[in-house]
Design a protein around this ligand. Structure first.
Ligand SMILES: C[S@@+](CC[C@H](N)C(=O)[O-])C[C@H]1O[C@@H](n2cnc3c(N)ncnc32)[C@H](O)[C@@H]1O
Length: 717
């Protein structure tokens, strides 16, 4: 019966003009809900605020998903417009921009209760009443009363279920732990209900509406955990459930949604002054930021174009395009050549200006690595992974077509687009190569070029809005593979650069991935394997790179790298690092601590083939190594012990431990040892001070002698 009543209502709704939010948040049973749902004001807090688009707002790709963060902005207006909305709905249907969720005093509820004229189930019932029937008025009324009674009973049952799993104030997190909790108190029915629910949910296709409701609720609880938490449930329970629900709702595989949660959490944990330990992660779970990131991946980024300064000036180009009906603006104050396109009456990739090579269609994030590279005229530069040439053509433009750019692309099929773009843009200083980037040092020579750009092949986890398949296609193994290739490519890039270049000696590494193993871990690896140091990217925005990941500690200078996020900069997720080559020596420098040299009789750390990411040792400039040698202080770990340790603890692969293996690399013991090494530093300082003291005394003696000689009128040698 309840099903019939509900389906009637649904049928009726479907005949209405498109009431967006109404459809999504199909109202729970009517009368009861009106009284029991929390007041609408509460809802404002439960939803993460929508990040205002900086330049241009785009239509939501998926209005249902959009709703998760947009509701909060609209609620106030909706409250105010309630009366008006109700009227509008009656007169024109409900396609007003002001939609709301089913929580709170939904106008929909009133609408229904008042018996809308939309041909809904009630409408049908009304038409029954009005029809020419042989039944008397009393019989009809009695039947109606009876039906109403039955419906109320069914509603009450429904409501009971809803109270258990859906309604905000009565929200219950279904976890096995909670099941156990109830079992402890012999509440067998509830316990088995929870277990059954969890099992059933795992086996059926995702119910988007209830997932959406639950996500909202968990977000709300996590935002005010102390007062809203459910007895017996830990924050971890909520976070785990949220991660799973976000995965199902937005269509991510388990690995990737977990990785996103981690990226956001690490950032917040380690940039908050009070967060000293990873444990704090759950105490300050940045749920709003997570929602913003995930939502940002659901929306396209602004369309941008880069003026080709070999052929045009931005002002002139903007004028011509405006005349063609392209609505645009300068991209941002950090770029002198970028334009952002709001909308266009012509296909922006097929205008005569595009064909003539006056501009390149390019995402804003793609400008960044080239800006960091800062090419100089007449230099020799390598673009190691160049197709389709967005960055190569920018480099050549900055160089004003002088010098040489080696534009390398391994995939033959992609050479076409690369050469076509080079031609279209009027680039004449480029040699196109077709090598595996790892072989390039052999082909072009070691220590022969001024700068290298490695815009590395990557997992693409920063560009989910462009390629949704990333959500489900990427696995831990893919990240491993990418990271491995990236490390090899980066070492090759470093090997090509001449550290003695008058104008250069730089390597820029970038990816459109937000995975730490593809970014910070790769740079940290290079720091350990070559004589390079990180320098500022020259980009005064973006977030600093991570200096820790799980049990890893990266070199502290990793904070000079830059991360860009769709929900923060309204750009694709991106990573940029700039390295300066300090010497052409391939000998990997030793520990950064000036106090550290290698144990007598053991191989240098550098000669260990570290295929994994774990940076137990951080690199140092050759200068530091010299200091280290001169101080002759012993390091605590040899190659043998390193290998032994790796074996014992299970290797980290590209920053991730092998499945099922926990790798406690940076243990308390390790840090204690480091501290002890630091004590050695004090010894060095003491030695230095003693030396200075001796010098001062020598100087005094000489001065004394001078004075004496002066007084006696003689000379002192
Ligand atoms: C991120 S895309 C480069 C985009 C390009 N820099 C641009 O701005 O237009 C990475 C490129 O690396 C190429 N690639 C993959 N493996 C490579 C390797 N081993 N050596 C060189 N290039 C490789 C891919 O075919 C792809 O074209």
């Amino acid at each position: 019966m309840a099903a019939t009543a509900l389906s009637k209502r649904k049928e009726a709704k479907s005949q209405k003009p498109p009431p967006r939010k109404k459809q999504r948040n199909e109202p729970p049973p009517r009368k009861k809900l009106r009284n029991e749902l929390p007041p609408r004001k509460k809802l404002r807090n439960e939803l993460p605020p929508r990040k205002k688009q900086k330049t241009v707002s785009f239509p939501a790709k998926n209005p249902i998903k959009d709703d998760l963060i947009s509701d909060s902005d609209d609620i106030d207006e909706m409250v105010e417009e309630h009366g008006q909305l109700h009227e509008d709905q009656q007169h024109q249907g409900s396609d007003s921009g002001s939609e709301m969720s089913s929580d709170g005093d939904d106008p929909l509820v009133d609408d229904f209760l008042l018996g809308s004229d939309d041909g809904s189930g009630d409408g049908e019932k009304g038409s029954d009443l009005d029809s020419d029937s042989d039944e008397s008025d009393i019989e009809v009324k009695a039947r109606a009363d009876e039906e109403e009674k039955v419906r109320e009973e069914e509603d009450a049952l429904e409501e009971l279920k809803l109270n258990i799993k859906e309604e905000p104030d009565e929200f219950r997190l279904l976890t096995k732990e909670i099941g156990t909790y109830f079992r402890r108190f012999h509440m067998v029915m509830i316990s088995s209900y929870i277990t059954k629910e969890l099992e059933e949910e795992a086996n059926r296709p995702p119910d988007l509406q209830s997932l959406q409701r639950r996500i909202k609720e968990i977000v709300r609880v996590l935002s005010n955990f102390k007062s809203l938490r459910q007895e017996g449930a830990t924050r971890k329970d909520y976070v785990e459930q949220l991660t799973m629900d976000l995965g199902s709702y937005y269509g991510y595989n388990e690995f990737l949604i977990g990785a996103l949660v981690e990226v956001i959490c690490i950032f917040n944990v380690f940039t908050h002054i009070f967060a000293f330990a990873r444990l704090h992660f759950l105490q300050m779970f940045p749920v709003n930021e997570l929602m913003e990131l995930i939502e940002a991946f659901e929306k396209p980024r602004p369309i941008c174009l880069r003026t080709n300064t070999l052929k045009a000036r931005r002002r002139d180009l903007a004028g011509v395009l405006l005349n063609r009906g392209v609505n645009l603006d300068p991209l941002s104050k950090w770029s002198k050549v970028g334009l952002v396109v709001y909308d266009s009456q012509v296909p922006i990739g097929a205008t005569p200006e595009y064909m003539a090579g006056y501009y390149m269609l390019q995402s804003a994030s793609s400008f960044l690595p080239v800006m960091a590279l800062a090419p100089q005229e007449k230099e020799r530069i390598v673009d190691m992974a160049a197709a389709p040439g967005g960055k190569t053509t920018y480099i050549s433009a900055i160089m004003k077509n002088s010098g040489i750019v080696y534009a390398n692309e391994m995939k033959e099929s992609r050479l076409k687009s690369l050469t076509a773009n080079l031609q279209r843009m009027g680039v004449t200083n480029t040699i196109v190569c077709n090598y595996d980037g790892r072989e390039l040092p052999k082909a072009l020579g070691q220590n022969t070029v001024d700068r290298v750009l490695l815009d590395a092949p990557c997992s693409g986890t920063g560009v989910i809005s462009k390629d949704e398949s990333v959500k489900t296609s990427k696995t831990l193994e893919d990240i491993h593979k990418c990271a491995h290739l990236q490390k090899e490519l980066l070492l090759a890039a470093i090997d090509m650069v001449d550290a003695n270049s008058k104008s250069g000696g730089y390597i820029v590494y970038s990816t459109c991935s937000i995975m730490i193993p593809e970014n910070e871990a790769v740079i940290d690896y290079a720091l350990r394997k070559r004589d390079v140091k990180l320098v500022p990217c020259g980009l005064d925005f973006g977030r600093p790179g991570f200096v820790r990941f799980r049990e890893n500690r990266f070199h502290p200078t990793l904070e000079k790298t830059r991360r860009f996020y769709p929900h923060v900069q309204n750009m694709d997720g991106f990573f940029v690092a700039k390295l300066k080559k300090m010497s052409n020596s391939k000998l990997t420098p030793t520990d950064p601590e000036p106090s550290a040299t290698v144990e007598q009789g053991s191989e240098p750390i550098d000669s260990v083939d570290i295929t994994s990411d774990e940076g137990e040792f951080q690199r140092h400039s050759s200068k530091e190594s010299i200091t280290a040698e001169s101080t002759k202080i012993t390091i605590t770990v040899s190659k043998e012990s390193y290998m032994k340790k790796s074996k014992e603890s299970g290797k980290l692969q590209n920053g991730f431990p092998e499945k099922g293996k926990h790798v406690p690399k940076f243990t308390a013991k390790y840090w204690k040892e480091r501290k002890q090494q630091r004590l050695s530093r004090e010894e060095i300082a003491k030695a230095r001070e003693e030396k200075r003291q001796t010098l001062r005394e020598d100087k005094k003696k000489v001065e004394g002698k001078k004075r004496a000689a002066k007084e006696s009128g003689g000379n002192v040698k």
